[in-house]
Design a protein around this ligand. Structure first.
Ligand code: AFP
Length: 335
């Protein structure tokens, strides 16, 4: 049986159209290899003793799972040797990771969350890897933190691997969003979801409602209206989902629409939001916008934020255009 178009073939053909050198294809290929290895480890789970806590904390003060550490290592090992990257930054590492001296350096920067939603790993619920590719500033071959602090609009590529019932790779290079499913029998990601589009209307929302007492007024108003259903001002019923794994939520929204919110709240005034700008919000915003959706903090477009630090957090509201517009409008009305 002939296999469909592989992800490598797809990228090479895309790159040919714009006359690119092939460096970029190589960066992505190494990332895909890492994601296949992470998928295998996640899939084997308890059989190979990779579940549970690693007994350490990351820079965010969160307890690291064994698979957080393993996945981070797999991303680094698969990407450091190829000669196309100048440096990497990971949610799991406090500092920028320089390419070791024994390898050549290239013109791209890779930023990633190696295992997003990892609090779900021990209960066998979908998790994922999120990544973003930036250009290293001209003339810099040993990038430092400031070289990574580029707004999301400067991303060259963003994607995620979803480790669910199937392993999928979803990515954009700024020309739409395409989804690929891992065919385990041949070890290749095959194009299965070309040109993914988020429907502009939805009746499904995702938010961690246990934080409701900390929400700001516009979010309270919006959620109250959704909960009031057919008897309220919206005049129709809405359904709710919360997986606590952003990759799974965004994938659902790309597949059938929806709005995802981790908004600004006053739970911990020292934090601007829960999700990380560089590792979660920017790459997912690029994908969502390329699929026809919108992404905002409620006050500004996420991709236009000038990052101040690598591990910065931001409020996130993204998904179906009409719902995001409505909630942004409620923020504007509240001043
Ligand atoms: P973990 O990787 O620590 O599980 O965090 C996942 C995440 O960053 C994102 O994927 C979820 O949407 C969000 O946090 C879940 O947060 P709550 O646990 O507060 O619902």
């Amino acid at each position: 049986m002939p296999i469909g178009q592989t992800i490598t073939q797809f990228i090479i053909e895309e790159q040919r159209k714009i006359g690119a050198s092939g460096d970029f294809t190589s960066v992505l290929n190494d990332t895909f290899t890492a994601c296949k290895s992470i998928s295998a480890a996640v899939n084997k789970g308890a059989l190979v003793g990779v579940l549970g806590s690693a007994g350490s904390e990351n820079v965010q003060g969160e307890t690291q799972k064994k698979l957080d550490v393993i996945s981070n290592d797999m991303m680094i090992k698969a990407n450091e040797w190829g000669g196309h990257l100048a440096g990497m930054a990971s949610e799991e590492m406090e500092e920028v990771y320089p390419i070791p001296e024994r390898y050549p350096r290239g013109k791209y920067l890779l930023v990633f969350d190696p295992l997003d939603g990892s609090s779900n790993i021990d209960v066998n619920i979908s998790v994922g890897t999120i990544f973003s590719v930036l250009r290293c500033p001209e003339g810099v071959d040993r990038p430092t933190e400031k070289d990574f602090l580029q707004p999301g609009t400067r991303q060259v590529c963003a994607g995620y691997a979803l480790y669910g019932p199937s392993t999928m790779m979803v990515m954009t290079t700024g020309q739409g969003v395409n989804g690929f499913t891992l065919d385990q029998s041949v070890g290749e990601f095959i194009l299965t979801h070309p040109n993914m589009q988020i429907p502009p209307k939805t009746r499904e929302f995702a938010i961690n409602a246990s934080n409701s007492r900390f929400w700001e007024a516009p979010v309270k108003r919006y959620i109250d209206e959704l909960l009031a259903g057919a008897d309220g001002p919206r005049g129709e019923n809405f359904n709710m989902r919360w997986v606590a794994s952003m990759v799974a939520e965004v994938h659902r929204i790309l597949t059938r629409g929806g709005i995802f919110m981790y908004p600004k709240d006053n739970k911990d005034p020292s934090k601007e939001g829960r999700l990380r700008l560089m590792y979660e919000a920017n790459p997912m915003s690029f994908i969502v916008e390329q699929a026809g959706g919108l992404s905002s903090t409620g006050r500004e477009r996420i991709m236009e934020i000038q990052p101040r630090e690598l591990h910065q957090r931001v409020p996130v509201i993204l998904g179906s255009r009409e719902e995001v517009e409505r909630l942004v409008h409620y923020h504007q009305e509240a001043g």
